[in-house]
Design a protein around this ligand. Structure first.
Ligand SMILES: Cc1cc2nc3c(=O)[nH]c(=O)nc-3n(C[C@H](O)[C@H](O)[C@H](O)COP(=O)(O)O)c2cc1C
Length: 330
């Protein structure tokens, strides 16, 4: 397949595995890259910049294909040492970075000076345009369906993707709600030049999470997610488990609640334990509406292979289909 995304990232298929806290380890990232997509290590899953350097070395031992590192810039009271994580990425010779959360503006020059391709992930067209002006190379745009933070505007991918593709000159990667060849074909037809997936990649053999969580994704439906932190204007879409219910009850009780009151329920260590220990009601688990499209736990190679085949079939049926003004070949 050929789009500006495959060309600029040096990958066979325009399929990206987005950064995922506690999930984006070398096992998954290398499996996605070996299958022809782009695997991404999650920078802040590593407790220190030094540990990230080691994880990059480990990933490189598992694949000779390109892979990226996600840097999620969060609005926290006690921020991690971002500049040191950036230094670890640059020194390790990583060629692709996925930034997310707050604007990556202060790090763009460093990345560019080292020839690193920057994929910025955001949830609104105005943020995407601002990232384009600041010099990022492409944007992933997350619709309301996505796992993690869909923003506060509540625009689904069916509108968000074509609006973004129309507004931006740099390539757009569609993210949120995609889990199969149908979604991939739709995203390309809407003007995207690649897709980004999180939830679907959690239900693969190589995802380093407990089988109970993978089975919960297989058994669940598109209705099994919940939006939390909406009252705090930091909305997150998560698996609808007991913790998510409790958080929502606290948020929507008369008078609402402060984050401090929710914190013990949602701390990262509980989320990590839920994902890795398999206690699916034990902590917050990010998950998107594409749960409703997940029926099995294939290898990354099986998943990518069948998605590409199905996407091709669907776009070839639409005979004469061509990319949105760009040279796109499926
Ligand atoms: C378990 C999990 C953890 C995630 N953690 C992060 C993260 O730390 N940083 C980030 O930028 N995105 C994170 N995401 C979002 C994904 O990178 C991706 O944008 C999103 O999952 C796309 O929507 P989809 O799940 O519908 O495919 C996470 C997603 C999941 C499922």
């Amino acid at each position: 397949m050929k789009t500006r995304v495959t060309e600029q990232l040096g990958i066979a298929y325009p399929i990206i595995q987005g950064g995922m806290q506690w999930v984006g380890l070398a096992e998954l990232a290398s499996a996605v890259s070996n299958a022809g997509g782009l695997g991404i290590l999650t920078g802040l899953t590593q407790p220190t910049p030094e540990a990230l350097r080691e994880e990059i070395v480990r990933c490189r031992a598992m694949t000779d294909r390109p892979f990226g590192v996600n840097l999620t810039i969060l609005p926290t009271v006690k921020p991690p040492p971002y500049a040191e994580y950036v230094r670890a990425i640059v020194d390790s010779g990583v060629r692709i970075v996925e930034t997310a959360g707050n604007s990556p503006r202060e790090f763009i020059k460093t990345f560019k000076d080292h020839g690193i391709t920057i994929v910025h992930k955001c949830t609104t067209v105005r943020h995407a345009l601002s990232a384009e002006r600041n010099g990022v190379d492409m944007v992933s745009i997350d619709g309301l369906e996505c796992a993690g933070h869909p923003g506060e505007d509540d625009v689904g991918g069916l509108v968000l993707i074509p609006v973004a593709a129309r507004a931006l000159k740099i390539p757009v990667i569609a993210s949120g709600g995609i889990a199969d060849g149908r979604g991939m074909a739709a995203a390309l037809a809407l003007g995207a030049e690649g897709i980004n997936m999180g939830t679907r990649f959690c239900a693969t053999r190589e995802a380093p999470i407990h089988d109970n969580v993978k089975q919960a994704l297989v058994n669940g439906s598109e209705r099994d997610t919940a939006l939390i932190y909406r009252t705090l204007r930091n909305t997150a879409r998560v698996y609808r488990n007991q913790i998510a219910h409790q958080v929502r009850e606290m948020e929507y009780r008369p008078g609402g609640c402060r984050f401090e009151e929710i914190r013990p329920l949602v701390i990262g260590t509980r989320g990590r334990a839920a994902l890795q220990g398999g206690e699916v009601d034990g902590g917050i688990i990010s998950a998107g509406q594409s749960i409703g499209l997940i029926d099995d736990v294939p290898t990354c190679a099986e998943l990518i292979g069948r998605m590409v085949a199905d996407c091709r079939r669907r776009l070839h049926i639409a005979s004469g289909w061509a990319g949105e003004g760009h040279d796109v070949r499926v």
